[in-house]
Ligand binder design. Structure first.
Ligand SMILES: *Cc1c(COP(=O)(O)O)cnc(C)c1O
Length: 229
């Protein structure tokens, strides 16, 4: 199957899963994760009507941004080193993986220079997985308070990547925990006001579970573009 067909299948699955649990499919944004795929693959997805993509590597995203221009809207979903903050501030529509004050401050400095406001998500290491980035659930509130002091960054939600297993059901308690954490932080008034709270969780193998647990952003690579090299 081609990229357009794969996309349609994912969109159909989102609708079916959302409807079955009483949610509106419009609440769920599909981010097509195009890391390690060429711009020709992205152009195929754009031709099929898709607009929002996800990338993990700064240099790769930067060269794609130059090639694709304004037709390309892209979220950063990889580990961001603060020495790459300057490029990141310029090219991304949403950075999903902020997990330190140092990084947030660097981003903010660059955003001020660009006279640009950027929405971000806080990455939470919800499964306490030593191989994953992200703040612990216990320190999320403190970091949010500090990030909220920064002039040009707006925190609109949380992102997580639970420990990988073959069984999507294993991710369910982690997704649930992320949603509960977001609710607690919201009650403390720590997210941008008058903006829906975003929960970025769920990938190709477990997005149906993530939707059932309240995901508003799902990040899908393999199911759209095929196996990565
Ligand atoms: C690669 C990646 C994805 C997409 O994973 P698939 O299993 O290919 O859908 C989603 N989120 C993050 C953070 C990733 O690095």
């Amino acid at each position: 199957m081609g990229i357009a067909e794969n996309l349609q299948e994912v969109i159909d699955n989102i609708k079916t899963t959302a409807s079955a649990c009483g949610r509106s499919p419009e609440e769920i944004q599909l981010v097509a994760v195009s890391k390690r795929f060429p711009t020709s693959a992205i152009q195929e997805a754009i031709a099929a009507g898709h607009t929002v993509f996800g990338e993990n590597y700064i240099q790769e995203a930067e060269s794609k941004a130059i090639e694709l221009g304004d037709t390309w809207h892209v979220h950063f979903i990889g580990h961001l080193q603060s020495n790459k903050a300057k490029i990141a501030a310029r090219i991304f529509d949403l950075i999903e993986t902020v997990d330190s004050l140092k990084l947030a401050k660097k981003l903010n400095n660059e955003l001020v220079k660009l006279d640009k406001t950027l929405k971000i998500l806080l990455q939470v290491n919800i499964g306490a997985d030593e191989h994953k980035s992200g703040v612990t659930p216990e320190t999320a509130a403190e970091l949010l308070r500090q990030v909220n002091e920064l002039s040009n960054i707006q925190t609109v939600g949380l992102m997580t990547m639970p420990p990988f297993t073959d069984d999507p059901e294993d991710a369910r308690p982690h997704f649930r925990k992320l949603r509960q954490l977001a609710e607690e932080l919201d009650q403390q008034g720590l997210f941008l006001h008058n903006s829906p709270i975003q929960l970025s969780m769920g990938m190709s193998h477990d997005y149906h579970v993530a939707i059932q647990e309240g995901a508003t952003i799902i990040r899908i690579g393999t199911a759209i573009f095929g196996q990565r090299q």
